[in-house]
Write a protein that binds this ligand. Structure first.
Ligand code: GAP
Length: 449
């Protein structure tokens, strides 16, 4: 983590708190360390990120299907996957101040806080445990899943049998995962409860290198298409000693966060490790029979695994701008329209009854297509600023002339340009704009995002 991005994390945290994107969990009780609640705007951007991922990974492809598996799974899943034995970090304690550190992250051999002597490293398992049923004993221990991937592997045969998918094909899932991380922090970058978006793409062994490269490119392009600046993204190939013992190769897509370059997504070639292990531990065959050669094989797996919360943070950092405007500083989130919490906000110039009626009618029409805002308090200038700050690409202003000429003003977030158009063309015009077209060229119909 060397170079420092221009926007400080404190600016992002403050904006998120102030405008209702993200709050500390259980805040009225003093908060719960490394857990976060998404507020009214945060929930929209988070949903939009997941939907954009689902559209790219499932909806627009013939070779991927979705799943939604349970968070609690049979404990043997975690024996087979290696999480019970191997999913741990080395911990050291300071003998003097009792603070606890991750040994692999310490660059010095004495406590960074007080200089005290440290204990020998001990392995600390990162899975959260709980009990299933009313008896709290060892026989009833279950774990909160630390990744969504295993729900996919254990359903491999169910999916093959019910969908008749042929290799190569993938299974995608988004959902919560839990890790009792020792070092958390950097806002939503590393928390103990988070969401993942994972694809397990099953391929014929021997074609895995080609598919690994394919998914690296797909995933990098996904972030670029959603507006992440190329200079804020790069690949980092895992060194041999970083690789899980079963993985043939792994690349991280890293983003230049305010604290430096850090992992946004990992894209791994997991070979046949997972299906082989589950087959061994469950006693069920997870082989795939090739319909032409009739050969039985265990497919290899390419896994692009992304964090929802990390992606939200990256999109926010990437979109944050402060620019001088007249005597003030304009804060603007230049979010891609498909990620913006509101696509359009309706602003009546005054609260006069006839103007409000027209504005509400217009709002009702627009919200059928898009997530919209409505704001009738304070000056229009201030209202534009508020919408800029939360990334709303377009505002529609209704003034007294609108009552006479049936026209309204559309104001663009990025250019601050304004155009006046007939109300009957509003939906079509905004649809065209959201789809990336200019005011001048309108397609025959609007498009919903
Ligand atoms: N199934 C593979 C897997 O889980 P991982 O690299 O441990 O791989 C994948 O996690 C992604 O999940 C990471 O790139 C990151 O975006 C996200 N992630 C992992 N741990 C996280 C945490 N504690 N807080 C937030 N996101 C996390």
């Amino acid at each position: 983590m060397s170079e420092i991005n221009q926007v400080g994390m404190e600016k992002i945290v403050s904006l998120c708190r102030r405008r209702g994107f993200i709050f500390p969990s259980s805040e009225i009780y003093g908060g719960l360390s490394s857990c976060w609640d998404y507020g009214p705007l945060g929930v929209e951007i988070k949903r939009n990120v997941k939907e954009a991922w689902w559209r790219a990974m499932v909806q627009n492809r013939d070779d991927v299907v979705g799943l939604d598996t349970s968070i609690l799974m049979h404990p043997n899943v975690w024996k087979a996957s290696g999480h019970i034995d191997g999913f741990s970090d080395p911990l050291v304690d300071c003998k003097n101040c009792k603070l606890r550190w991750r040994a692999d992250e310490l660059k010095i051999t004495v406590c960074p806080t007080c200089g005290g002597e440290l204990t020998e490293p001990r392995q600390f398992n990162l899975m959260f445990k709980t009990f299933m049923g009313p008896v709290e004993d060892a026989a009833n221990i279950v774990y909160l899943r630390p990744e969504t991937a295993q729900g996919i592997f254990v359903n491999f045969q169910n999916v093959v049998n019910t969908t008749r998918k042929k290799l190569p094909f993938g299974i995608a899932q988004t959902g919560k995962s839990f890790r009792n991380e020792i070092t958390t922090g950097n806002f939503i970058f590393r928390s103990r409860e988070f969401e993942q978006m994972e694809l397990e793409f099953f391929v014929i062994p021997g074609t895995d290198i080609k598919w690994h490269e394919y998914w690296r490119n797909e995933r990098m392009n996904w972030y670029l298409k959603l507006g992440i600046k190329p200079e804020n993204l790069h690949f980092r190939e895992h060194a041999k000693d970083e690789l899980a013992h079963y993985a043939k190769g792994c690349y991280d897509i890293e983003f230049l966060f305010p604290m430096g370059w850090a992992e946004l997504e990992g894209i791994a070639n997991r070979c046949d490790f997972d299906l082989t292990q589950h087959s061994k531990f469950s006693g069920k065959s997870l082989e795939y029979q090739d319909s032409e050669s009739k050969e039985h094989i265990i497919p290899y797996v390419i896994e692009p695994s992304a964090g929802v919360d990390r992606s939200v943070l990256a999109f926010l950092c990437n979109a944050y701008y402060e620019e001088p405007d007249k005597e003030e500083i304009r804060v603007v989130l230049r979010l891609h329209p498909s990620l913006a919490p509101f696509k359009v906000t309706v602003l009546p110039l005054s609260r006069k009854e006839n103007l409000v009626k027209l504005a509400k009618d217009i709002h009702t029409g627009l919200r059928e297509c898009w997530m919209t805002g409505y704001d009738d308090s304070q000056s229009v200038g201030r209202r534009y600023r508020r919408q800029d700050e939360i990334g709303t690409p377009y505002c529609v202003t209704i003034d007294f002339d609108s009552l006479e000429d049936n026209q309204v003003t559309i104001r663009e977030r990025d250019s601050m340009k304004q155009v006046r158009i007939p109300i009957r063309e509003l939906q079509k015009t905004i649809g065209a704009k959201l789809a990336g077209e200019s005011f001048e060229v309108l397609p025959p119909g609007g498009r919903c995002l």
